[in-house]
Ligand binder design. Structure first.
Ligand code: DHK
Length: 142
């Protein structure tokens, strides 16, 4: 039995679809999850969202033991959390950092990602379609 791909979402992404739709689009997180499950096919995924840094770190620890790969949109924690970076450093498999927007084309406080220092790949700017592309790419390597 292959281990699941963990898809972890950070703060405020529970509001996707209503949150600044001109920036993040109108697709809800539930719709993103459905698109990920379709892209995953017969592969198991764990799709989760939290506004808590502690919960995000606990899920990364779970993935260290139970997961094959991590696709993570840490949202604002991308730019602030050394604790999430340290947790990701322990993960033995591939890590895809995902952002709905191209963070490098946005305000300066979105430009310096801690997570990029450990990510296998970064997908940013494809909108919510980035999730299903990340799943398809992850399936090929795990
Ligand atoms: C999502 C967020 O919530 C922001 O804090 C990031 C990211 C951008 C995204 O594009 O998915 O800056």
């Amino acid at each position: 039995m292959t281990k699941p791909i963990y898809i972890l979402n950070g703060p405020n992404l529970n509001r996707l679809g209503k949150r600044e739709p001109e920036i993040y689009g109108k697709t809800t997180l539930a719709e993103v999850e459905a698109q990920c499950r379709q892209a995953a096919g017969d592969r198991a995924i764990e799709f989760r969202q939290t506004n808590s840094e502690t919960q995000m770190i606990d899920w990364i620890h779970e993935a260290i033991d139970e997961g094959s790969g991590i696709i993570i949109n840490p949202a604002a924690y991308t730019f602030t959390s050394l604790a999430i970076l340290d947790a990701l450093k322990m993960f033995p498999g591939p890590i895809f950092e995902l952002h709905i927007t191209n963070i490098h084309r946005r305000e300066a406080h979105y430009h310096n990602s801690y997570v990029s220092k450990v990510a296998t790949a970064v997908i940013a700017g494809l909108g919510t379609n980035g999730y299903r592309h990340a799943v398809a790419a992850m399936r090929e390597i795990v």
